[in-house]
Design a protein around this ligand. Structure first.
Ligand code: SF4
Ligand code: SF4
Length: 485
């Protein structure tokens, strides 16, 4: 390897060897382009993820007249989230908790099975860094040419190329920011509003923030995000065991490394020709020959680079491979490697994913489309009526999540001969027949009067019974207050 082409040192690797501080300033790393299986998989995953991110807001889903027809929509003013046939109300935020739990467990499962496959292929930071690097390569050339350009004095050509790189990065970042906002309103209308300057100020601020982070993190921070900022990198190794697939260098086969001889004789030496191709192609500048490191995101590009070198010298592929440490050891000891996907750790993760996913699916399948919130009025807690009875006031909300207007009948249980007085609602009519418009909340004020001696001191349980269409009943028990006995 040419002396000038030594890979930019990423200090964490040296820190792992204990001879430099954990962080030190380092220049830009320009990874070398590689070709091979992992590179193709990364291109394919990137294309799918970017297509999903940018095109999903334009998917439509018919929810009937008057309802939004965007398949995935977070409607902040209406406080609703739509996901195809599912409509989530603010009261159902536990679905979000369930989704976050599922996402965390899936990440654990992925790590136990295939190491940092999330980091190397699926993470937002990886996808955008990869995309930005390919733009940079297009204008500045591959690694060697780019390093050469870095050393050259500033010329008009060089300035033009740097401006072009940043301009394309900005366009990509802006597209990402715009796509983000399209999830919060009708995508077609929002696009028109953004283009004509008629969108809300908050929309432009959101675009600026998302685009700014995309530009800075993907274009300039790059591998520093994975190495220094990402918390997942800190604890991911705790989720691995000897059967997890990780990117590893087979030292027993590669060492002692040495530059290739003129005769291409590999007798009495290792297969590593110390060409540095693995380090040069690594997006984080990691030298995987030092073993598994925090800075290795498991992208597999060093495998492609090394396989190309092995092919050139007619050596078996897989000096660097995506395999488990138990298989690496088996190969070293001449035993047959055996992958173990099913083991206690993965079974526990699968069981937890199934339990949480199943609970959420059941909850959704048997979800009631009518919910009730009752709030007992506190000032005053109760009123003593002139004829000796006691009256309590309540705020009564009916959440009608159905796509039709609905009528309900309200009654109470728990206090004999209690009298109900309902005020408010959409119609303003005082009646125990309550109405709630489609996909909305109807709020009523309700007075419940108990005849003398019907309630039990300071606290009596009172149950509101709401009879809806198709015989659906919602019962809500609350407090009926009175003077202590
Ligand atoms: S690419 Fe392979 S042969 Fe070249 S330095 Fe890396 S491990 Fe050794
Ligand atoms: S060492 Fe290999 S797998 Fe790890 S980040 Fe670098 S190129 Fe990717």
């Amino acid at each position: 390897m040419n002396k000038r082409e030594q890979p930019a040192a990423v200090p964490v690797i040296e820190a792992a060897r204990g001879d430099v501080p954990f962080y030190k300033e380092h220049g830009f790393h320009h990874p070398k382009a590689v070709h091979g299986l992992f590179r193709r998989v990364k291109w394919a995953v990137m294309a799918v993820l970017l297509a999903v991110w940018h095109l999903t807001p334009f998917l439509r889903w018919d929810r009937g007249p008057g309802a939004p027809d965007q398949a995935i929509l977070i409607d902040l003013p209406a406080r609703r989230a739509y996901f195809f046939f599912i409509e989530i109300w603010p009261q159902e935020v536990y679905y979000l908790t369930g989704l976050l739990l599922l996402a965390g467990l899936m990440l654990f499962l992925m790590s136990a099975l295939a190491g940092r496959v999330w980091c190397g292929f699926l993470c937002w930071q990886t996808v955008y860094t990869d995309l930005f690097l390919s733009v940079e390569r297009f204008f500045m050339g591959d690694r060697a040419r780019h390093l050469q350009r870095d050393r050259q004095p500033l010329t008009l050509d060089k300035v033009g190329r740097v401006v072009a790189v940043n301009a394309v990065w900005l366009v990509i970042a802006a597209a990402s920011g715009i796509s983000f906002t399209l999830y919060f309103g009708d995508a077609f209308q929002m696009l028109r509003d953004i283009a004509t300057g008629q969108a809300a100020t908050a929309t432009y601020v959101a675009i600026l923030v998302v685009a700014g982070f995309c530009f800075l993190l993907g274009g300039y921070a790059r591998e520093r995000v994975c190495v220094y900022m990402c918390p997942y990198a800190r604890f991911q190794s705790a989720m691995f065991d000897e059967h997890s697939l990780i990117v590893s260098y087979e030292a027993w086969r590669g060492e002692p490394r040495a530059p290739v001889s003129k005769t291409h004789d590999f007798q009495g030496r290792g297969h590593c020709v110390d060409c540095g191709a693995c380090v040069q192609s690594c997006p984080t500048g990691t030298d995987i020959r030092f073993g598994n490191q925090l800075s290795c995101i498991g992208c597999g590009l060093c495998i492609d680079a090394c396989n190309a070198v092995m092919d050139r010298f007619g050596l078996p592929r897989g000096l660097i491979s995506y395999d488990s440490s138990s298989n690496l050891l088996a190969r070293e000891q001449g035993r047959t490697p055996r992958s173990r996907l099913i083991r206690p750790r993965t079974l526990i993760y699968v069981a937890l994913v199934a339990a949480i996913g199943g609970t959420m699916a059941l909850k959704l399948a048997f979800r009631s489309d009518t919910e009730v919130n009752v709030l007992h009025e506190r000032a005053p807690l109760y009123v003593q009526l002139a004829r000796g009875g006691i009256r309590n006031g309540y705020s009564y909300k009916i959440l009608n999540m159905a796509a039709q207007d609905r009528s309900y009948h309200l009654s109470v249980e728990g206090i004999p001969d209690a009298r109900l007085e309902v005020i408010g609602g959409d119609t303003g009519v005082a009646s125990t027949e309550l109405q709630a418009g489609r996909d909305s909340v109807a709020t009523y004020r309700i007075y419940v009067s108990a005849p003398p001696g019907a309630s039990h001191g300071a606290r009596t349980d009172l149950t509101f019974v709401l009879n809806g269409p198709n015989g659906k009943v919602v019962r809500t028990t609350t407090l009926f207050a009175g003077p202590a006995q």
